[in-house]
Design a protein around this ligand. Structure first.
Ligand code: C2E
Ligand code: CA
Length: 570
């Protein structure tokens, strides 16, 4: 099969003459090799990308909704992995170099192309991608078992830990060490030993879901992570499954070898919240498992305080329940600023727990609110209180365009969410357009049909919707396009790193520029320095929030700021 077989090409070009020309060239040079789809502008591509797999984009640089390299940036944001060959009206060496640096595969000048030239460019692009993928596979996989190697595993583990943090889920890291591999090798020889390792790799892979990962660390040591877990019991179930799968002997070359492994388990975040600690603790647990006997497979958790941990969680939940009854929750409000006028246009409501002398932030208790379901009544209280507070501020003559309230995944799934929001509006008398709900990417990904239906209902109420903590990595922006939302809040981590990491700067630029194509606002979170503000302005970011503009404050302190803001000239 040639590299070009069944290749789908998306031509983004508004000039009908040029569209025809490209079609003719492809038909002539390589009939039936390529399937051509045509879009007249970038906005149209989103709908096409929803239903079609596209291998290469042929991108005109002069479009109704994209000009020059801007089109390239937007196209990348829509579909980060796709190959792009640029079509230019002008021969411009500097522009060509820039385009290629920004990830274009080739830069073709319209007046100079013909069928053979065009198809060669497309073939080369595909071939380069194939070689890249092959090199990547070789550099990141273990030759014997085909599993990811240490490097790739750690990369994925880092990503999975970040995801677990955001989703407030648990992740289990397990080190699996074969107890009797050396004996098998010595008794039956290397070929049998190798076959055993391949078998173990297969069985471990079978015990995991697609989102999880298994790797060979070298010798007879394997490592596994499983993510999206609710508690230690989920991890234990996976460990048991591994033990069961390893129990069957490996039959190879007339020899039969029984396997026994020692498995050490460390849980994220409880047993360590960085990669090294977690791996070290899983290793310690593995040695303890081994110390308990080597004849059969065994597993051990890093610390045997599982009961204590369950107890701690239950105690926190009880304390939260009591806190809610005793009205120990408060809300702080953090300004959101229009980057052009520098005026405060909104505030985000952030939950606080007044615990004795301390003021607890949600990172210490949100997971318990979520897992216990207490977030439903507490979240409803936040909604009501925040709406009421906005009406009070306005009654004091203070200008505030909107109030933003966080909606957790659990709240979003709640069947009565729409009803609760409507009630908060009705009882406070706040107009719907002044309320913005901040939703997480996870909420929308869980069950897309349900999510879209719910977003429509919320839209019908007239409230604004924003996607919170957005990092362009997990989903491409074209996925967001499917959801009827008004704003994209760029995650704090991207804003933090954009000054030092060009890739993050590029993400900021791309997200904002694509958001604008889809008539959404770009909002930056966690803005702390004036350098960040300058760069955000440069990238046409609309609004921003962060310590640079104000910390979360009590309603009274925020009223003072609003008062200053309406009289101040910035
Ligand atoms: P989030 O939605 O990403 O909220 C922004 C968080 O960033 C807040 O933390 C805020 O204090 C912090 N922050 C703001 N500006 C800066 C800055 O310049 N630098 C840094 N380093 N941090 C900044 P907070 O208040 O601890 O809230 C944490 C998370 O808890 C929120 O993250 C949100 O997901 C959740 N949350 C807070 N209140 C509520 C609530 O009422 N309901 C629900 N469902 N979730 C809430
Ligand atoms: Ca938020």
């Amino acid at each position: 099969m040639s590299a070009a077989d069944g290749v789908v090409i998306l031509l983004v070009e508004d000039n009908p003459g040029d569209q025809r020309l490209v079609r003719e060239m492809l038909d002539e040079a390589a009939p039936d090799r390529f399937r051509l789809i045509v879009a007249a502008c970038l906005t149209d591509t989103a709908a096409i990308l929803d239903r079609e797999r596209v291998d290469i984009v042929l991108l005109d640089l002069r479009l109704p909704d994209g000009n020059g390299l801007d089109s390239l940036v937007k196209m990348h944001a829509l579909l980060p992995e796709v190959l792009i060959v640029v079509l230019s009206h002008v021969e411009d060496e500097a522009l060509a170099v820039k385009a290629v640096r920004m990830g274009a595969q080739d830069f073709l000048v319209k007046a100079q192309i013909n069928g053979p030239l065009l198809t060669r460019s497309l073939r080369y692009a595909l071939e380069r991608r194939r070689i890249e993928e092959e090199l990547y596979r070789l550099a990141h996989h273990d030759a014997l078992t085909g599993l990811p190697n240490r490097k790739l595993f750690y990369e994925r583990l880092g990503g999975a830990m970040a995801m677990a943090r955001r989703q407030r889920r648990m992740l289990a890291l397990m080190i699996v060490d074969l107890n009797n591999f050396k004996e098998i090798n010595d008794t039956h020889g290397h070929p049998v030993g190798d076959a055993v390792l391949v078998q173990v790799a297969e069985r471990l892979s079978r015990s995991l879901r697609e989102t999880d990962c298994v790797a060979r660390l070298g010798g007879d040591e394997f490592v596994v992570f499983a993510s999206g877990l609710a508690d230690a019991e989920d991890a234990e179930n996976i460990a048991r499954k591994i033990v069961d799968l390893l129990a069957a002997p490996v039959d190879e070359g007339g020899a039969s070898a029984g396997l026994a492994a020692s498995i050490g388990i460390a849980l994220y975040p409880d047993d360590g919240d960085d990669l090294e600690t977690l791996v070290g603790n899983a290793d310690a647990a593995m040695y303890r498992a081994k110390g308990q006997g080597r004849a059969a497979s065994r597993y051990a958790f890093y610390s045997r305080r599982d009961d204590a941990r369950v107890g701690e969680r239950a105690a926190l939940e009880d304390a939260l329940r009591a806190a809610f009854e005793r009205e120990e929750f408060e809300i702080n409000y953090q300004p959101q600023v229009d980057l052009h006028s520098r005026r405060i246009i909104g505030v985000e409501a952030l939950l606080r727990w007044r615990r004795g002398d301390e003021l607890w932030t949600p990172d210490r208790f949100m997971h318990a609110l979520e897992s216990s379901g207490l977030i439903l009544p507490v979240g409803e209280w936040v909604l009501a209180a925040a709406c009421r507070q906005t009406v009070i501020w306005r009654g004091m003559g203070l200008q505030l365009a909107r109030i933003a309230v966080n909606i957790s995944p659990r709240q979003f799934r709640d069947e009565r969410l729409v009803e609760r929001v409507a009630r908060a509006l009705r009882e406070s008398g706040l107009d719907a357009a002044s309320l913005e709900l901040e939703l997480t990417e996870e909420s929308l990904r869980d069950d897309e049909e349900m999510a879209i239906e719910k977003l429509r209902e919320l839209n019908a109420l007239g409230v604004r919707l924003a996607i919170d903590n957005y990092r362009a990595r997990a989903t491409s922006l074209r996925d967001l396009k499917r959801f009827p939302i008004h704003a994209v809040k760029l995650d704090r981590s991207i804003v933090r790193d954009m000054l030092t990491n060009p890739e993050d700067a590029e993400i900021v630029r791309a997200v904002i520029s694509v958001a604008h194509v889809f008539k959404m606002k770009g909002v930056a979170e966690g803005v702390e320095t004036s350098d960040q503000i300058d760069m955000l302005r440069e990238h046409a970011c609309d609004d921003a929030q962060g310590y640079a503009f104000g910390r979360p404050l009590s309603p009274e302190a925020l009223a003072d700021i609003l008062r200053d803001d309406s009289s101040a000239v910035h």
